[in-house]
Design a protein around this ligand. Structure first.
Ligand code: RI2
Length: 310
């Protein structure tokens, strides 16, 4: 598949989920590096940076995408030859994809250790990392059940209930607005992340912060399953995570909107859950308190704020 096609599929959400977006972007860069005709090192670097910009312009919130692009292309311009740069990019892409898949497995082990026999787990949206922990807990023989939300407007909850059903995990499917009503039946909340800020705030699918508030009120723990490349180093430099706002037509059909001239539809697709509502963030480097976000960026993303351009 061409890089432009991958970018289009990320934009229109055929490829979705922060981790998958990162792995597919890395794969697209690998294939792109392979497809470029021999034209010298500086031309190769120019073309790869251009390709990176196309990928980065697709969706603004999931920081896994810029982190993956940076990891895959790092050191490319310091290579001595075009061939060396090409091999470097391809190797780094393969390593990133493999380590990303390994990270999800490790996160699953840690999350599963937190899921005890008899527990009811609430999850929101469709997070591969969060689901991997739930599925592993079931495979370990624990008698668990799940409450899964619908996730308007894209209904990613349908994907989640399909996966849970495939693993024969008893699941209750609820509309997003029923979260607080059902919180009394919940023992633990597990969600994924699109980005984690230096304050330990978690940016995830819209509705996550309401779930976290309801859980806090009911004294239930919220666990966030997030690979280290979901942490956003740019927040150390004072930048904010941009919250993607998608087309109004995803919420209300254009012909209906057209008849309601005084109505404006807003469709932000992520929200921010402050650190105080989160128990731990489970990464492949272990479960950490949200307050440890900076340490994760420094030790696992190789981020040195003194070296970064503002
Ligand atoms: P994994 C998704 O975003 C959801 O917000 C989900 O919680 C998050 O990515 C992380 O998913 P979207 O692409 O990386 O559906 O854990 O907008 O699979």
């Amino acid at each position: 598949m061409s890089l432009a096609k991958t970018a289009e599929q990320i934009r229109n959400m055929e490829i979705r989920g922060a981790g998958k977006i990162a792995r597919e972007a890395a794969h697209a860069l690998l294939e792109h590096a392979d497809s470029l005709p021999k034209a010298g090192l500086s031309e190769f670097v120019f073309e790869m940076n251009k390709a990176a910009d196309i990928l980065l312009a697709t969706r603004p919130t999931a920081v896994s995408l810029p982190n993956a692009v940076r990891i895959v292309l790092s050191g490319m311009s310091s290579a001595s030859t075009e061939d060396e740069a090409r091999i470097l990019v391809k190797n780094q892409a393969e390593e990133f994809i493999a380590s990303s898949n390994e990270a999800v497995k490790r996160i699953a082990e840690i999350c599963a250790a937190r899921i005890k026999d008899g527990m009811t787990v609430m999850t929101h949206c469709n997070s591969k990392a969060a689901l991997a922990g739930i599925i592993l807990a079931k495979e370990q023989g624990k008698n668990i059940s799940v409450i899964a939300t619908e996730v308007r407007p894209w209904n990613q909850g349908r994907l989640t209930i399909q996966t849970l059903n495939d693993h024969e995990i008893p699941t209750t499917y609820i509309v997003d607005s029923a979260v607080r009503t059902f919180m009394k039946e919940v023992d633990l909340v597990i969600v994924g992340a699109d980005a984690v800020t230096v304050k330990g705030a978690v940016v995830n699918k819209i509705g996550t912060s309401q779930i976290a508030l309801a859980a806090y009120e009911a004294r239930k723990n919220v666990i966030v399953a997030a690979e280290t490349y979901k942490f956003a180093p740019k927040t150390v430099l004072g930048q904010h995570i941009e919250i993607e706002e998608r087309p109004a037509s995803e919420v209300l059909a254009d012909d209906v909107s057209a008849k309601l001239p005084f109505v404006t539809v807003r469709n932000p697709v992520f929200d921010v859950t402050p650190a105080r509502y989160i128990d731990v963030i489970v990464t492949e480097a272990g479960a950490v308190p949200p307050e440890a976000a900076y340490t994760i960026m420094r030790d696992h993303l190789g981020f040195d704020p003194m070296q970064e351009k503002l």
